[in-house]
Design a protein around this ligand. Sequence first.
Ligand code: DGY
Length: 326
Amino acid sequence: MSRPAVLVARAVFPEVVERLATHFEVEANPDDVIWSRAELIAHLQGKAGMLTTGSERIDADLLAACPGLRIVANMAVGYNNFDVAAMTAAGVLGTNAPDVLTETTADFGMALLLATARRVCESEHFLRAGLWKNWRYDLFLGAEVHGSTLGIIGMGRIGQAVARRAALGFGMRVLYHNRSRLAGEIEAACGARYVEKDELLRTADHVMLVLPYSAESHHTIGAEELARMKPTATLINLARGGIVDDAALARALRERRIAAAGLDVFEGEPRVHPDLLTVPNVVLTPHIASATRGTRLAMANLAADNLIDFFTTGRPRTPVNPQVLR
Ligand code: DGY
């Protein structure tokens, strides 16, 4: 019996490709060539499944050009690269990779918060440039983290994991804003209190964004929201590019309307808004919040599990549009 053909659209761990090859005819992309959309569609001809890293846009046009495609498995918890309605209409299943990255990503949220508030990168650049001549009482004074107020926008699994670290590890007062309020026992377990977005922006010393990207969350933080934040506040974007208006943020940082920002994700990444590259009070990292070997391997294996389960048992683990399975 012929085996289904799957495309692994970007380079992933060779052991995951080998695992897939025990079930499928696999075309992989070990050199990590970034295909144009037309090239991606060409590679998808004859494929029933695809493993993506979350950067390939799956929409009605692509689905119409790839009628044999039945499942797209993202090795990412975010799936804003999927037009879920178009996939469901075409009967194509989408899966994501939640849970396995929660704690690692929350660790990085704290790393970015600490680096930003305590000016770790800015002071390292100063030292490397040979500018450090003397210890000074006011050299790179930063913002307090312990005992301060953290405002989290987006209180899913990762937001809750950040809240636990902040409340229990750093003694922070944690406020959150979310589409829906969490149950009392979940709020208590992560030491967080629900507030409206406006109160969060006005009162938090540090604002962290951990919400999914959608048309509704586009530019959740723009010039108006930045103006409502404290001039001493920091902003951390751990979520997705496009949730922050990066041009407005660069202006606010340059004019010191907020103190600092830490960004792991960018509008139109891997391009970074040029104004962000020239302001000193921002920590910039290349979308690495989930990047530990163990976590990225677990994400790739979960995407592979979804492909294998879909074609063997018909019950993939983490579907985003399970109605396709019925
Ligand atoms: C995710 O899983 O969504 C992370 O941002 C990695 O892409």
